[in-house]
Write a protein that binds this ligand. Sequence first.
Ligand code: A3P
Length: 326
Amino acid sequence: LASAPPLALADKYFQLRPDELNPLWGNPCDDIRHRKIWSKGKSCDTLDSLPKVLVIGPQKTGSTALYTFLAMHPNLVPNLPSATTYEELQFFNNNNYLKGLDWYLSFFPVKQSNSSQLTFEKSATYFDGDLVPRRAHALLPNAKIIAILISPSKRAYSWYQHIRSHGDPVANNYTFHTVITANDSAPKPLRDLRNRCLYPGKYSHYLERWLGEYSAHQLHVLDGSLLRAEPAAAMNALQKFLKIPHLDYQKLLKYDPKKGFFCQAVSNEKTKCLGKSKGRIYPPMEERSAKFLRRYYTPHNTALSKLLVRLGRPVPQWLKDELSNG
Ligand code: A3P
């Protein structure tokens, strides 16, 4: 039997188990062995403020409107804003994860004992992040997960417009049609933008990955088109899923004809809407792009429809429309 100094032993260990190089944070209070070796200055009470609800996106589906509407509910407490990633923490999907549990916890207000408030977090990049479902489940196994979906074609176009308005040279040099139809021999920046437009819209693929970690009763699939057109109806269903007292959003939200969206009703005449970057004005999608995308998404939309039926969930009107025109 031979041994080696600790660092050499660690090197050897990670050579044998490269899959363990990246940490997987769990709740130290869920395991007596972890609790025992946890720093003396730490208390399990602080972990009560970990989020109970995650809004996972994907991007450009109305996730900010949803976040804003949820934050209006007295029983829900959003994460504090992050200076580096705006309102999104993006903990589970990127290097912020390596900053550890204390970093994540610092964004959640300390929970008062016997408070019935639930903390929640929204990061729209979680939906299609490779490692996210596994990491989220390791830390938050009892969380409720909310995905918000719109027509994947509209989402792709909205993403292109979003990137374009940020001055991205690829989006500014190539039309949407050129981007989505780029083939695999196209320059890498073009392929990357194509992928960011197209891939998150393969909804069933990503939902199945979430369902590999969380059970179906923990997942709510929210129709983003319904949230946009009839937010009070979408919020009613969501409140039932979250088992929180009913708040009448009909009274709290008002359609603002200038913005073209529902906004928070501040007084009889006044509304508070989301900023200019939400609900942008841009030309309608070209018919040839719409046709290309309908065909591209048909297998994914078919799988999504089957998945929703299997889960006993309503099939959104936009999905029925896309499949009947496919
Ligand atoms: P567009 O700007 O392309 O119209 P996200 O917050 O996930 O980035 O999504 C942005 C999209 O939310 C906007 O895309 C807009 O269509 C949609 N949206 C839905 N409800 C909205 C609301 N009440 N106010 C503003 N935008 C809303």
